[in-house]
Design a protein around this ligand. Sequence first.
Ligand SMILES: [Zn+2]
Length: 448
Amino acid sequence: MKKSKRLVAMTCALFFTLSFTACKGKVEKSISEAVVNFDSITFTDFTQKISSDDIYSTIEKFSATDNARVTGFDGEKNTAQYIKKQFQELGFEVTEQSFPITSYLCNSTELTIGEDGNEKIDSKSLQFTKGTPKEGVTAELVNVGMGSHTDFENKDVKGKVVLMKRGEDYFKTKVERAFKKGAVGAIFYDPANEDFITATLGQLSNMPAVSIRKPEAEKLVKQLGEGKSLKATLKVDSEFKEASSTNIIATMKSKKENSGKHIVVGAHYDGVDTPAANDNASGIATVLEAAKVLSKEDLDCDVKFIAFGAEEIGLVGSKHYVESLSLEEKDNIAAMLNLDMVGVGDTLMVHTMDEGVKSLPADLAVSCINKFSLKTERTEQPNSDHSSFQSVGIPAACFAYGVDKNYHTDKDTIDKIKKENLLNACNVLLNMCKEISKNPGGFSNNKS
Ligand SMILES: [Zn+2]
């Protein structure tokens, strides 16, 4: 996930009281002032009703293999069916919403390099990299630094494999730039991190692109700097297929008379090519537990629990869901609460899509987290499913513990998950549902 920056201040023209009725205050208010009004809410401690052991064992089940739930592959599909069954057992009405996607899986990469071209170096593909013929691509290696326009100006890369640092531009942009200059392959490394880069090119690239670890990369940079001529052979075996993914939508009906407004509680269940324990088995497993607890409460409005597919290839599932809604249906969403990566780290962060986006659910969340004396931070983070809702004006907030240094790596495994985090995230989520359901019309952006 992109590193997020702290939201310092936002303009709040109308100010909310506890009962969510607006009063006028035309001065600029910071977030901390804005959330003050939620502070007199008595939040409920649900922790006795939550089983963090159950959440943990669901995560364990969902992250049992190295490529547990890759978008468009069997792991994702099987997980969807498991989730569907869980919701059905709670007595909810469950529907599946399928949509087409292009799925991608890299089976292997192999890189040999060196003066005589036979030193093996571990590599990892960038997602959506083009594959190579079986024998691979063999070419001279050239260091192009950051891979900026200027870097390419003075370099002849025609028919060569380029070595580039991470940073400044998107990977996709740099790969395209190199390809246009005639390069036949790209090798990236992260100057700020020892490990491989896990990143997506967004769509099929024109040439193979992999990453290597920083120490190996720096050794190559040094050798090239000394004028040595290095030969690289790059082999990438990857699979593309037209596939489909599915959103699982479970509706928990309120027994009380209500306005038809409802809360959406969501989490994506697909993963990148890793065990994907924290990202995002943790989120969906916590949502399943919250659903179990809420099924025994009687909220004042309906809740739709949505397990989103295909988040990792560009929020495809949540975008599809939002696009399928009529204006009235969008208007009926009181708030969207998203959980993405709630198992690792020590700060329960509350994200909104962008700096300056107003979000009463996010304000309420910060108040609630403070009430339970947990560490929190209000941040911006567009890279998850809440953005699909927030971008069309639906009030939303995303919960994520941070920071997870193993994000999108093979080290995203169950042993890093803290049960305490799962418990806290679930408790806050339950409180959010309870408070919002009391006045589901009160969280609309038009009222703030
Ligand atoms: Zn995620």
